[in-house]
Write a protein that binds this ligand. Structure first.
Ligand code: PMP
Length: 442
């Protein structure tokens, strides 16, 4: 029947309706995302938002200036498609920088690939390596997309929590006090293990894995012939002069590791969504196949600007005016400011060694927040909701970063982001102070 002649009832008939399942099986169980709910709630109730991880201060001037130069300049090619696996100036800069950091002679064309943020790098790597029946070890607490990404690839995530150890002498806990149990970690590996996802510095704890911890992981990866997907997006945000060891530099690990980074975190431009993955060609060739058959290539102008940003950083490498030195220095002050505010009201922050997040123990506040009997939500989630609606302060429950089976074991902490203007942190402090006074009563 020609379209124009079809009676309208034809389209309403049962034949016109889909009766078969629309959703592909791989989406089963991964269709809910807590962030969607939090972002919406925070937009409605937050006076101060320390929930989602993004800075509310501007990126460095040299990057904003480069952006203007690039988009206004004479070279119109920056507005067109570029090379699929990464804009040549950017992959060249990344190869230079990571060549230095990883102690490898890197070929920009085969050892580096640019992605739509680190998020797409994770997706491409997991899709490229994980098959049905493969197991992937994920250390908890974890950046929440790892689990659905592994499941969508047909793999089975195998979770192992970092175990917190109480600090001595009434000191504040440090993210270093959250450790892997070596025997427990070894028990998670088998011949089915295809990969381990590592995140150091870790979101949400701020843990920076020590060399000894990484050696433990590396030994198990080698023993079981597993890959390491190393998410290092917070690589420059490390405090108190702590060493950042990259797992790809450990003996035997280069050949089985893909290292993932993000301009969003490196230059405070989370909205640009420029990320990358670095590794040996025998691994990256498969990641390129995924990229080619999904996104194909990323926005050219932002890649050009990030390339210029790295060029500037390479020229200032190790010098006091390097952004890689200035940013963590500024953030360390903000970290300490937030720690003080939290301690003052009786929350117990876990001092992070890296990232721009910290988690705080809210046990002391339990009596404060009315509990909801028989709720299917972990306590920290109810607490964060209550705090947002009643105090206007947004934070993220730590249980969000655990698998379903472990959520209730780690539900006494909430995560704050301290990559915020001093005024924002002061506003948070004011809310907490007022709350403390109310708590104390008249
Ligand atoms: N990995 C971790 C650990 C993160 O925290 C984030 C962002 N919050 C990403 C990856 C994603 O980075 P991007 O914004 O570059 O996609």
């Amino acid at each position: 029947l020609p379209l124009g002649k079809a009676p309208s009832s034809f389209f309403l008939s049962s034949q016109a309706k889909m009766s078969r399942p629309v959703q592909a099986q791989r989406l089963e169980g991964v269709d809910k995302n807590l962030w969607v709910e939090y972002v919406k709630l925070a937009a409605t109730y937050a006076k101060v938002n320390l929930g989602q991880g993004f800075p509310d201060f501007p990126p460095p001037d040299f990057l904003k200036e480069a952006f203007t130069r690039v988009v206004r300049g004479e070279d119109h090619t920056v507005h067109q498609y570029t090379r699929a696996f990464g804009h040549p100036p950017l992959v060249k800069m990344l190869a230079q920088l990571y060549g230095k950091l990883l102690g490898q002679d890197l070929d920009p064309m085969s050892n580096v690939m640019v992605t739509v943020g680190a998020y797409q790098a994770l997706f491409c790597c997991i899709q490229a390596f994980v098959d049905k029946g493969d197991e992937v070890v994920i250390i908890e607490p974890f950046f929440d997309c790892y689990e659905p990404m592994v499941r969508m690839a047909g793999g089975t995530p195998v979770f192992i929590p970092l175990r917190p150890k109480a600090p001595k002498d009434g000191k504040l806990m440090s993210s270093a006090d959250w450790q892997l149990d070596p025997a427990e970690l070894a028990s998670k590996f088998s011949e089915r293990t295809k990969a381990l996802v590592l995140n150091s510095p870790n979101n949400p704890l701020g843990k920076v894995y020590s060399r000894a911890e990484l050696e433990l992981i590396a030994d198990l990866c080698m023993k079981h012939d597993a890959l390491c997907i190393s998410d290092e997006v917070y690589e420059w945000l490390i405090y108190d002069g702590r060493e950042n060891v990259r797992i790809a530099t450990l003996p035997g690990m280069w050949d089985r590791t893909v290292t993932i980074g993000s301009a969003g975190k490196t230059f405070n431009v989370t909205g640009w969504k420029v990320g990358w993955t670095v590794g040996p060609n025998q691994l990256l060739q498969h990641v390129r196949t995924m990229h080619q058959n999904s996104v194909y290539h990323c926005a050219t102008p932002t890649q050009e600007v990030v390339a210029q940003g790295f060029q500037r950083e390479l020229e200032h490498y190790g010098k006091p005016d390097s952004y890689f030195i200035q940013l963590p220095r500024e953030l360390q002050q903000k970290r300490d400011q937030l720690i003080q505010s939290l301690v003052a009201v009786g929350m117990k922050p876990v001092v992070p060694e890296g990232t721009y997040f910290l988690v705080a123990d809210i046990s002391e506040f339990k009596s404060e927040v009315p509990d909801v009997p028989n709720s299917d939500k972990p306590y920290d989630s109810r607490f964060a909701n209550w705090m947002l609606k009643n105090k206007g302060l947004a934070a993220i429950p730590l249980s969000t970063f655990y698998c379903e089976a472990h959520k209730n074991n780690y539900s006494n902490f909430i995560r704050f982001c301290f990559a915020k203007e001093d005024a924002t942190l002061k506003a948070a402090e004011d809310i907490l102070q007022k709350w403390k006074l109310e708590k104390a009563g008249p």
